[in-house]
Ligand binder design. Structure first.
Ligand SMILES: Nc1ncnc2c1ncn2[C@@H]1O[C@H](COP(=O)(O)OP(=O)(O)OP(=O)(O)O)[C@@H](O)[C@H]1O
Length: 366
């Protein structure tokens, strides 16, 4: 059975400081895989623990298929958990670990030993560890252990699967492999899944929808494309993917970095301080004198498949991605085009910008 999870106006305070969660509301659809993404301390784990029943909210409701879940004891909530470094029972074999949740059920609800064995075999096949049932956790790699932890969580046929940084302790390559594997597993089993991560790449790659959290609140909920391409707040833009952040002063529809008009707002952004965000792959460099802002190369470095160049434009510094075959010596003058940039007025929503009005030569010096 797949379950819809409704989180309704949930708040949590631990003491005198700022609340860990403030009025968080979220609807997770049946069979959806939702990532909770956000910086350290933003409340992701607290929210997951409340859904699990390991923590009570200060106020608000949690519903499973429209029914109150908070009054249901943890054991009866039907939750499968996997945590980072979720310790398997060291003295039990892999098969015994996977069977644990079923064997520890009250007698009346416990499947027969034959059923348990068959279910464990199915689960080990599902996590591709058929041949490992007789091993002990110490005889497994980190990635294999996390797969056993997942098989153990699935053994009780949970209504909801909660994963808290399940791959956090593993190296980058194993993480990547397990990510793909988890996505495939989810597509086959269809458990409603809440997945906590602070790794945006992981969230974008895995999730149907991403919930970006900051300071105990939800900043934005959307598909990976929504949150990456259309960030609603400056905090989301800064957190999702790489970007240059330029402090500007908005005056008469133009965003000024010092004396340089760096962008023009397409919609009436009020005059005053603002933040302009631009991603390195949305910046194009041209020969000096061609269309664009006047810039000067300050530094460059190799960055995976591309070369990342740091450019001074007026008193602002921004980054651009270029082909590694292109040589741009430090000090080189370039024309800089912001193909896509977003301007956030202080505390306001973001608007896409366009190129600033043409500059007069000598308007600004590099
Ligand atoms: N048991 C607790 N007692 C007091 N404060 C707590 C407790 N648990 C969490 N907090 C506080 O609540 C806030 C949110 O913590 P939480 O662990 O939910 O954040 P997180 O987003 O999961 O962070 P991380 O990515 O570092 O795990 C933090 O300020 C934290 O210090």
């Amino acid at each position: 059975m797949t379950v819809a999870v409704t989180i309704d106006q949930v708040g949590k305070s631990f003491g005198s400081g700022a609340p860990a969660l403030s009025n968080v509301s979220l609807d997770v659809k049946p069979s959806e895989l939702v990532a909770l993404l956000g910086p350290s301390g933003s409340g992701k784990t607290t929210l997951l623990r409340i859904v699990a029943g390991l923590e009570q909210p200060s106020h608000g409701r949690v519903l499973f298929n429209g029914e109150d879940a908070l009054s249901v004891p943890v054991r009866r909530r039907g939750i499968g958990f996997v945590f980072q470094n979720y310790a398997l029972f060291r003295h039990m074999t892999v098969a015994e670990n996977v069977a644990f949740g079923l064997r520890s059920r009250p007698r009346a609800e416990r499947p027969s030993e034959a059923e348990i064995r068959s279910r464990v075999a199915d689960l080990l096949a599902l996590v591709q560890l058929e041949a490992f049932g007789g091993r002990f956790p110490a005889q497994l790699s980190g990635g294999q252990r996390q797969r056993v932890a997942l098989a153990r969580a699935l053994a009780i046929e949970p209504k909801v699967l909660l994963l808290d940084e399940p791959f956090g302790a593993l190296d980058a390559l194993v993480r990547k492999e397990l990510r793909r594997w988890l996505r495939e597993l989810h597509d086959r089993t269809g458990h409603t899944t809440l997945f906590v991560t602070h790794d945006q790449e992981e969230a974008l790659e895995l999730a149907d929808r991403v919930v970006v959290m900051g300071k105990g609140k939800i900043e934005q909920v959307g598909t990976p494309d929504d949150v990456y391409d259309r960030p609603e707040t400056a905090a989301v833009f800064g957190f999702m993917g790489e970007s240059s952040r330029i402090e500007v002063e908005v005056k008469g529809g133009v965003a000024l970095a010092g004396a340089t008009a760096i962008a023009a707002a397409t919609q009436g952004v009020p005059d005053g301080p603002g933040l302009l965000y631009v991603r390195p792959h949305d910046v194009t460099l041209g020969l000096p004198g061609t269309e664009g802002l006047k810039g000067q190369v300050r530094a460059f470095r190799r960055h995976g498949a591309i070369r990342r160049v740091e450019i001074a434009v007026g008193n602002a510094v921004l980054e651009a991605d270029i082909a590694p075959t292109v040589r741009v010596p430090i000090g080189e003058k370039v024309a800089v085009r912001l193909d896509r940039a977003r301007l956030f007025a202080s505390g306001g929503p973001g608007v896409d910008t366009k190129a600033p009005p043409a500059q007069q030569p000598g308007d600004y010096a590099i």
